[in-house]
Design a protein around this ligand. Structure first.
Ligand code: ATP
Length: 144
């Protein structure tokens, strides 16, 4: 199924900023971008990343849509607590959570990122992460 991503991401941005009562911004370098994805699955994936970005920061969260080398990417950026270097290659594993004490109030299961990575792989994409402690985190989803 083909999705028009600019309006799709705008709708998600509006819904999530209202639901969480947080500043969620959306930026795109094009007016229209089409991708072949299951819309329900894409929504689930974006909710997982934006939910984390909101949970682990208190600053505005940005959703950035771009085409890079013929690949369509969505980057979710926060200026939050960041992820320690030694944890970066493990966060996509099932049930993995960084230092339970730092986020015991948020009480997640550590499943979100592994579910997201699985859905992305099934659609022929991949995901990368860049993070610095106390600076923030950027997850880039390559949709195709
Ligand atoms: P929780 O996030 O509460 O652990 P979860 O089910 O959302 O539950 P995942 O989404 O799989 O877990 O995230 C795994 C771990 O990666 C989290 O525990 C958190 O420590 C870390 N993490 C994920 N996203 C971010 C982010 N944007 N900023 C900082 N840490 C993050």
């Amino acid at each position: 199924e083909s999705i028009e991503l600019v309006s799709f991401c705008q709708a998600i941005q509006r819904t999530l900023s209202i639901t969480y009562n947080r500043n969620v911004q959306f930026l795109s370098d094009r007016d229209e971008i089409y991708v072949d994805w299951d819309p329900q699955k894409l929504k689930q994936v974006l909710y997982i990343f934006v939910d984390n970005a909101i949970k682990y920061s208190d600053q505005p969260v940005q959703i950035n849509l771009k085409e890079v080398d013929n690949r369509i990417t969505i980057t979710v950026i926060d200026e939050g607590i960041g992820i320690p270097k030694e944890d970066l290659d493990q966060i996509f594993g099932r049930f993995y959570r960084v230092d339970k004490s730092r986020n015991s109030q948020s009480g997640g299961t550590g499943l979100g990122l592994s579910i997201a990575a699985g859905i992305i792989a099934k659609h022929g994409g991949n995901v990368t992460v860049e993070s610095e402690e106390d600076k923030g985190t950027a997850f880039t989803i390559y949709l195709n």
